[in-house]
Design a protein around this ligand. Structure first.
Ligand SMILES: [Zn+2]
Length: 751
């Protein structure tokens, strides 16, 4: 890789990798695709969602076509409960062929107001709240005998959060101590900074924060990730970072930037900086960030792939403005022995080129202002009520979201984010059964089988490529429920032994977790990839595919209603919901990103034929066009490009699960019991209702708009409409006329 004299990038070697920048719960896990993202975007409206346009009841009653009163009806309590929930969620005055999302979720949307403290309410967030309540009870229970130290640390973390008296007593001290450690904050010409200014070295400071914390967001992050050429090994990765707001906000929403500036002033004041120039200096930071935003690579371009393998010797030749070698040697321990020709994975090399020059030419005073804010901004909520109120005021103005959660809920959520592994032990013991796990495993096997059968029917793939696709499917690893180590106290303790938690030091505990994450992340560099590691907590309501591992992860949390049903509840609902999710994750292995990774999770050489790639791209392009036509609130277009991988997964996953369900039906006498009071819906219709209802959601308008700028998942209503309008089997099940919205003439398909 080289730059020409004008700084224009061109390539002489390197394998391009296509990675996705996703929000990460564990902070250190990358290349993976989650089923669902929650929105914590900054936005500026508290307007409620405009109700969907209601369609009047249609004369044609599709239900009667399927009515068969002789069918057996399930009258167990479980069936009655499920039926009541589904009925309440439906809006039967909407025509399913016109707007199936409205039909399946119209009732739910009416019944579920967005809580004051949230950006949205969805099936995922409703269940997450329930789990939080359960976790709160578990974590407040007194420690049991023989309990792991790791769990004791989790309980102490929670206690430190609940101890608001101590937090108030300490005031701004913990934050100011942290700033002092960074090297002082250069605002207001304060004494501390004046005293250290001559010794303040920008490269030393960047090295110091990255050596101690992960994440350390100023300018770029350094982490350890899987080697895409050899998924059993690790390598260093450098990625762009360091913006307080989403990149598009700086150019499109001056009002938000201004309000954010006011919030920064308030924080600076609370930290004891009250000089007349504070407002100006905070604006200076934001102007600097705006410049940084201009040189970052947008999400769509990142999606299209801008990662390069490059060794340090070449990196320092092509980007001489930054001391890469000293930096890497400085942040890794001596025994890691970073080599001259150490290979690193660099995202957006052009960004790194520009940012290196920006750092070089910017004076220390401004750099200090920016760096301290970047290190501090996500820690404000760990401070006193005054700090939290300042943050809440900004959030309220931006999003309409209010800080109304009781302290226990806030603390449960933060504790779960930071100490989710030991908490998972309690959760699994109390709420997850081995029978559920076994049932999910059987379903996964059926869905894999259905996928393989489907592949055999796809005439657009040549035999050789098809054979490789099937091999990759056979090599897929499925992790279900939870990691085995969470039930072994000694293993948990080993994992958490370097983490120190004090039940009196909430702010410091959060810093300690960041330090501990960095320690665990960086020490992996020379070690083989641990194939047993789990990228999610067991209590998480989500699912995932990991490219490097060629594995799907289905945690215990999502194996419950309304995603997964046990007992005698019609299986159609489970196949529609969790089955589609399993199919979705499996299909990620063959989406526009996943198809480049081979069965081991490596990108070594192209394993697809040219013709198959051409046909794949042609088909993918049709999805892109289809989804680009969708608009939220009728004005903000969805990015078909950004959401492509997820849309391929949604479409493929639902079709595969439907096939698997038909296979199951065949083996089980071709029918199921019906749901009481929903006897008019046959099993195929229930499958689609099960699918659609997992995406029922209400979202604040501004949040919904902002999500279109960077969110890789299509908005909920289009996950339903986009997928089902491409399915002939859907239109058959609901007998949709050929001109209806849900039954367009041209239907698109990759898998
Ligand atoms: Zn996905």
């Amino acid at each position: 890789m080289l730059f020409n004299h004008n700084g224009v990038l061109y390539l002489i070697f390197s394998i391009t990798i296509y990675l996705i920048n996703t929000k990460s719960l564990h902070k250190n896990d990358l290349t993976r695709k989650k089923l669902y993202s929650s929105h914590h975007a900054v936005n500026n409206s508290n307007a409620a969602l405009t109700p969907n346009k209601r369609t009047r009841a249609h004369a044609r009653n599709f239900q009667n076509n399927n009515n068969n009163n002789n069918d057996e009806v399930c009258n167990s309590q479980a069936c009655k409960d499920v039926s009541a929930k589904i009925s309440a969620a439906l809006n039967t005055s909407a025509d399913p062929c016109d707007d199936f999302y409205n039909f399946a979720c119209g009732g739910w949307k009416k019944e579920h107001d967005i809580p004051a403290s949230e950006n949205e309410i969805t099936s995922f967030t409703v269940l997450t709240k329930e789990i939080e309540t359960a976790i709160h009870q578990l974590i407040e229970e007194p420690a049991k005998e023989g309990e792991s130290d790791a769990l004791v640390k989790a309980r102490n973390f929670f206690k430190s959060c609940m101890n608001t008296q101590e937090i108030e007593k300490k005031g701004a001290d913990p934050a100011n101590n942290f700033i002092k450690w960074i090297g002082g904050w250069s605002i207001c010409n304060n004494d501390e900074w004046q005293a250290s200014e001559s010794k303040w070295d920008k490269y030393d400071v960047l090295r110091k924060i990255q050596r101690n914390f992960y994440p350390a967001p100023p300018f770029f992050t350094v982490e350890v990730t899987n080697d895409h050429l050899n998924s059993t090994k690790h390598l260093i990765k450098i990625d762009q970072s360091g913006l307080s707001l989403q990149r598009e906000i700086y150019s499109k929403h001056d009002d938000i930037v201004e309000d954010y500036g006011e919030y920064m002033v308030k924080v600076a004041n609370l930290l004891g900086h009250n000089c007349p120039t504070v407002a100006e200096e905070m604006k200076e930071i934001l102007d600097f960030e705006r410049g940084l935003a201009n040189i970052t690579t947008p999400a769509e371009a990142k999606q299209a792939g801008t990662f390069r393998r490059i060794n340090l010797t070449i990196l320092k030749t092509v980007i001489p403005a930054f001391p890469w070698e000293q930096h890497m040697r400085g942040i890794f321990s001596n025994d890691t022995n970073v080599a001259d020709n150490e290979v690193v994975l660099a995202t957006s090399p052009m960004y790194l080129y520009k940012v290196a020059n920006l750092i070089k030419r910017t004076e220390p005073r401004l750099l200090s202002k920016y760096i301290v804010w970047q290190m501090l901004r996500d820690k404000i909520s760990f401070l006193t009520q005054e700090f939290r109120s300042a943050r809440a005021k900004f959030n309220k103005k931006m999003t309409g979201v209010e800080d109304t959660d009781p302290r226990w809920r806030t603390c449960t959520s933060i504790t779960n984010d930071n100490m989710g592994v030991p908490i998972g032990t309690l959760y699994v013991q109390q709420y997850f059964s081995d029978a559920t796990k076994q049932k999910a495993i059987v379903m996964i096997e059926e869905i894999i089988q259905a996928f393989k059968t489907r592949i055999k029917g796809h005439e657009w793939i040549d035999d050789k490529t098809r054979k490789c696709v099937i091999e990759k499917t056979d090599a897929l690893v499925a992790k279900v429920g939870y990691a085995s180590y969470i039930t072994k106290p000694e293993e948990l303790n080993k994992r958490f032994c370097k983490l120190s938690i004090d039940d009196n030091k909430f702010f410091e505990n959060n810093l300690n977790v960041d330090k501990w994450i960095r320690y665990r992340l960086f020490k992996k560099l020379r070690k083989p990839v641990d194939k047993t590691k789990w990228p999610m907590f067991p209590q998480t309501i989500n699912a995932m595919y990991q490219f490097y591992e060629n594995e799907i992860v289905i945690p215990a949390g999502i194996l419950q209603p309304p995603f997964f049903y046990d007992g005698d509840v019609p299986r159609a609902l489970s196949y529609g919901a969790i089955g589609s999710i399993i199919g979705h994750e499996l299909t990620h292995g063959f989406d526009n990103t996943g198809r480049k990774f081979d069965k081991n999770g490596d990108i070594v050489k192209e394993w697809w034929s040219d013709e198959a790639i051409k046909e794949f791209n042609k088909r993918a392009k049709k999805f892109e066009t289809q989804y680009s036509k969708y608009k939220v609130q009728g004005i903000h277009p969805v990015s078909g490009k950004l959401t492509l991988g997820e849309n391929i997964a949604d479409n493929g996953g639902t079709k595969i699960s439907f096939d698997a369900y038909l296979d199951w039906l065949k083996k089980n006498g071709n029918k199921e019991q019906k749901l009481p009071n929903l006897e008019n819906y046959n099993e195929k219709q229930l499958f689609f209702i099960g699918y659609a209802q997992e995406y029922c959601a209400n979202i604040r308008q501004k949040t919904e708009y902002i999500a279109t700028l960077s969110e890789i998942h299509a908005p909920s209503q289009f996950r339903v409409k986009g997928t089902l309008s491409n399915m002939e089997t859907f239109s058959e099940a609901f007998q949709c006329r050929s001109t209806s919205e849900m039954n367009p003439i041209s239907k698109h398909e990759v898998w």
